[in-house]
Design a protein around this ligand. Structure first.
Ligand SMILES: [Zn+2]
Length: 203
């Protein structure tokens, strides 16, 4: 059974919030908790006026890594304010998840760490974290940045005949870094177009 302090620590850690910014925590059901953040704004971030008034709360739901606890959702009640001087609205919440995301940074980090494991698939990770497979693929495309390739001093090229190959032709082109003795890439044909595309990508 999780205590109030356990949940407070969990929320502070998972949502990257200072411990003291969490006011109250309410259990909704076995997998969801609701949390109210304290008022941390004393001035308008646009004009720095202190003449601000409360416009109540809005709710925002965040998914959290399944492995950490039985709680899968945190619903944050975030206070909204309006400035009496410049009339801008603003809220307490900043930087918890990426903009327009409902998944917190620690969850995305945990998903990306799982993607490094050889025995995991997009589907298995999606099941573990209770998100869709499309979501996992979207994070992979957005956050995985392969190291930029350094053009080798000596590039070896060879074409290999594979009788059983049915991708485009019966040939593959192998690119090899002679000095570092490393395979660079295997192109799916031996056409000039594929070679041109590969070399353009390197530039
Ligand atoms: Zn203002």
């Amino acid at each position: 059974m999780y205590t109030f302090e356990d949940n407070k620590l969990l929320i502070a850690h998972l949502l990257n919030l200072p411990f003291q910014e969490i006011d109250t925590i309410t259990t909704i059901d076995s997998s969801s908790i609701s949390c109210v953040l304290k008022n941390t704004h004393s001035a308008c971030p646009f004009c720095h006026s202190t003449h601000v008034y409360s416009k109540g709360f809005y709710k925002k739901s965040f998914t959290i890594p399944y492995q950490h606890s039985n709680i899968k959702n945190i619903i944050l009640n975030i206070k909204r304010f309006k400035c009496q001087e410049c009339l801008h609205s603003f809220s307490n919440s900043t930087g918890l998840p990426p903009r327009n995301f409902i998944t917190s940074y620690p969850t995305i980090e945990a998903i990306m760490t799982s993607l490094k494991k050889e025995n995991q698939t997009f589907k298995s990770i999606a099941d573990n974290f209770h998100v869709s497979e499309t979501t996992v693929k979207r994070y992979f495309d957005k956050y995985y940045h392969p190291p930029k390739f350094q053009f080798p001093s000596v590039l070896c090229l060879d074409e290999i005949y594979v009788p059983s190959l049915t991708i485009r032709s019966n040939y593959l082109t192998v690119m090899y870094d002679f000095e570092n003795k490393k395979l660079i890439d295997v192109l799916p044909s031996r056409t000039k177009e594929d070679l041109h595309r590969f070399l353009t990508f390197l530039c």
